[in-house]
Design a protein around this ligand. Structure first.
Ligand SMILES: [Zn+2]
Length: 147
């Protein structure tokens, strides 16, 4: 008797397929779609080659279908409104973050080693800005100023 499992997407109890011993999602089409989306989301997050390849394929598709985005926006006004609202939220969140963090740090807080987004300060207020992901390893830090 195979043990029952709980689907990671819908939460329903299911019996895993014999040839898929580590099955975590049931066989429902919606749950298999969720499984593939989760896989792709994780892959895009962790695999720079996969991410670059996807971006290249999407750019090639857009080049073959030049009017698609414009037509989609014209025929789906609700999506357009939603995208604009979400962009406003992202802009507000980004603009709320200080550019020069040292002014807001009190008491003195040294920069920690880690991954940071590096961008041109003059481009920072523009919607589409280029940012590099950089790793900063702090070798020494300045001493705090006396109060
Ligand atoms: Zn399911």
């Amino acid at each position: 008797m195979k043990p029952d499992r709980i689907c990671a997407a819908c939460g329903a109890v299911f019996i895993p397929l014999v040839h898929v011993p580590n099955q975590r999602y049931c066989s429902l089409a919606a749950c298999q779609l969720a499984r593939r989306r989760a896989w792709q989301h994780e892959r895009l997050r962790t695999d720079p080659d996969y991410r670059a390849n996807q971006a290249k394929a999407q750019a090639a598709w857009r080049a073959r279908h030049p009017g698609y985005s414009r037509h989609y926006r014209e025929t789906h006004p609700a999506c357009l409104d939603r995208n604009r609202a979400m962009q406003r939220t992202r802009n507000a969140r980004r603009n709320a973050q200080p550019v020069a963090k040292m002014d807001t740090c009190s008491p003195f807080q040294p920069l920690a080693s880690g991954f940071y987004l590096l961008c041109d300060a003059l481009e920072a207020s523009i919607a589409k800005m280029n940012a590099w992901t950089v790793h900063i390893a702090v070798l020494s830090a300045p001493r705090p100023l006396p109060a």
